[in-house]
Every structure is written in structure tokens, then in C-alpha cells.
Design a protein around this ligand. Sequence first.
Ligand code: FNR
Length: 190
Amino acid sequence: MSPYTVGYFVGSLARASINRTLSKALIRLAPPGLDLVEIEIRDLPLYSYDYDAAYPPEGIALKDAIAAVDAVLFVTPEYNRSLPGALKNAIDWASRPWGTNSFAHKPSAVIGASPGALGTAVAQQSLRSILSFCNSPQMNAPEAYIQFKPGLFTDDGEVTDESTAQFLRDYLAEFEIFITRVLSVVPPRA
Ligand code: FNR
């Protein structure tokens, strides 16, 4: 069996993003059955439906990237108790033009890190609501609210705490099972 390709979004555009570091940790810890590739959101203009008649190359590239993967994974910070605007903008781009929503029937999962004790829980609830509307089957459990503490990860994503590393391995293993379940019940149409 070839691995599932999972397109991951990093919700932060910051150079020192702790969520980008988390994404590096997930790549390191992913099981052989998951191949993680980034779907970039940095260069997208701000969405308007004025673009719908002629999507720009950035919007087309985003939709093509999502179409090319088996599932999507959102690795996101919490900004003001919601998801960052850059990530919401990318979701808006991908959900349009009307009738071509890229997330429909695409399995998804959500994870995030913040220094605070809530570990992006509120942002994840916002994101889950959006993904419901976008008709993406979401992995409900395990939830993954990572409290970032200095030294928990090295800059290149090595996890220094074994219980956190094992939690992330288990999370990814569950995601692989979830993708299998979703895609086995009704495989996507060609
Ligand atoms: C934050 N931060 C934050 N943290 C949190 O737990 N809940 C929140 O609502 C917010 N709100 C918020 C708004 C804005 C505009 C910023 C810049 C930051 C702190 C945030 O968790 C911290 O900056 C993380 O480092 C953000 O993750 P990235 O961008 O480093 O991946």
C-alpha cells in the first residue's frame, strides 16, 4: 500500500512560528503510511469573489494542491481566540468558486500549539465549525491542544519530551486510520 499524502497548512506566517516547528515534529514522527507535504498560503492575495470569474495562479495552485492530496491537516495558532486571518483567507480561496469547494469530502484533522494552557482549543473550535460548513469529514478524536514550552521542540522539530512525542505519534496513527475509514466508505469520484 502506498502512503496517503496529507497536505498540511501552517496557520502562522511568522518566521519563528511555533506551529511551523510543530509541523516539523509531525513530519519527523509520521508513520510510514502518511506522507506530509506543505500547502503554502503565504502568497495568496486577500480573497474577494471578484476573483471568481478568473482565479489568479495562486488560487488555482492552492486548489490544485488540495486536489492532489488524500487529506488535509491544519497546524494552527490561536489569534484572538480564533484562527489567524491568513488561514481563514486560504480556506475562503479553496472553498470557491461556488460549486468547486476543495474541502468537500476531503478528510481533515486539526492541531495547534500556543504558550497558553488552552493550547489553541478555542481557535480549533472555530476552525472545526468552518470545516463542517465546508463539508470536510473531520477526525473528532484525539483532540490535540499542545502547550508550547521553551525547549519542548528543537528548531528542526525534534521533540524533547517523550510523552509529547508519543502523543503526537498516536495522533498521527489515528489520523491514518481515520483517512482509511473515510476513503474506504465512499472513495472519491475521479
Ligand atoms: C496571540 N496569541 C494568542 N495565544 C492564545 O493562546 N490565544 C489567543 O487568543 C492569542 N491571541 C493572539 C493574537 C495575536 C495577534 C498574536 C500575534 C498572538 C499568542 C500566540 O499563541 C503566540 O504568539 C504563538 O507563538 C503563536 O503561534 P505561532 O504564530 O508562533 O505559530
